[in-house]
Design a protein around this ligand. Structure first.
Ligand code: SF4
Length: 339
């Protein structure tokens, strides 16, 4: 089976993001606000989430179609018991070149070493501010900045390098603390990536007024630590690269709102309950779990996936301005696909 599977806009399938749990120990306002996800919130029961075997089967079917990079997300993926076993089995799949994980870092101190040994290649840590008050306001006040920094130190000791530090930027919330975050990681080899606040899902009260565009973020950093733009590392790289003029590393900016990048989007997403989603802003996904559990053959599953991707035409971020204000009641939620 050739690997040049392309969608209707001639984009290959290269990246698969897999949400292994919808649960999280944070309550970030832009993803899982505490007022909606309280103590009694009913997360997916165990038998409704994909098993490791089902995930492994799907990745093994999608690798020959072009999937090279797998990113493990959540919710908070480190809450999923035995995650290192999934990393081990995914690392053994032919064609998968890179396994990355996005985490809030609070459980890394305990798990970084084992994940590294089992084949995890890269880590991305979400950290919206070093200011304890701002941090707490943005993530529901569950755990401390120090806990995240300790997780990053443990990951360094385990051998992880050039980690990505993802910071969701909200005007009037954490924009006054961005330079401090950049300065903290400057010269460490880790790359802070500032993410424009996005209208993902239906729960984050998104407002264009709260979006600080990439140009303003860059100016904020440049004013204190001069930067210059750098070439992308590869086609389809999500973040714009800005390197420090003094040679002490770089930052990135993900500008889905002010400067969309749908043209080279090669990302598919698998929800916790097994739906294949073709865009971060999709209104739903195709149920692969039912197919897997119906006893379908590999050929049947493969054909279904090929059909979904070949028919893909998503480019929401490019269409956003026309769609804003139109009725889009249903959307896949951030915590179901992990960004
Ligand atoms: S909006 Fe959708 S199509 Fe565009 S880059 Fe994001 S995930 Fe890809």
């Amino acid at each position: 089976m050739s690997s040049d599977l392309r969608d209707s806009l001639d984009r290959p399938l290269r990246d698969l993001r897999i949400s292994v749990t919808d649960r999280c120990n944070f309550r970030c306002t832009y993803c899982m606000p505490a007022e909606l996800f309280g103590e009694r919130y009913a997360f997916l029961p165990r038998d409704e989430i994909l098993s490791f075997e089902e995930i492994e089967r799907l990745v093994a079917l999608m690798a020959p179609m072009g999937v090279r990079k797998v990113r493990i997300t959540g919710g908070e993926p480190l809450l999923r018991h035995g995650l290192h076993e999934l990393v081990r089995s995914l690392a053994a799949i032919r064609g998968v070149e890179d396994i990355a994980l996005t985490t809030n870092g609070t459980l890394l101190e305990r798990m970084a070493g084992q994940l590294k040994r089992e084949g995890l290649s890269r880590l991305t840590i979400s950290l919206d501010s070093l200011d304890p008050e701002v941090f707490s306001r943005m993530n529901g006040g569950k755990l401390s900045v120090q806990r995240v920094l300790d997780g990053i130190s443990a990951a360094e000791e385990a051998g992880f390098e050039a980690m990505k530090i993802n910071c969701v930027v909200q005007r009037g919330v954490n924009d006054h603390t961005l330079a401090a975050l950049a300065r903290h990681f400057k010269g460490t080899g880790h790359i802070v990536r500032f993410i424009e606040f996005m209208d993902v899902g239906t729960k984050n009260n998104w407002d264009l007024e709260q979006v600080l565009p990439a140009t303003e973020i860059a100016a904020l950093i440049d004013a204190e630590m001069p930067v210059e733009s750098a070439e992308p590392n590869y086609v389809g790289e999500v973040a714009q690269r800005l390197r420090y003029r003094d040679g002490e590393g770089e930052i990135g900016i993900i500008s889905s709102v002010s400067n969309p990048f749908c043209g080279e989007c090669s990302r598919a997403r698998l929800t916790t309950d097994g739906k294949l989603v073709t865009c971060l802003f999709a209104q739903g996904g195709s149920d692969l779990r039912a197919l897997l559990r119906s006893g379908a053959s590999d050929d049947e599953v493969r054909e279904r996936i090929r059909g979904i991707w070949a028919g893909r035409s998503d480019r929401y971020s490019e269409e956003r301005s026309e769609l804003l204000g139109t009725d889009r009641p249903k959307r896949v939620e951030m915590y179901q696909i992990g960004g």
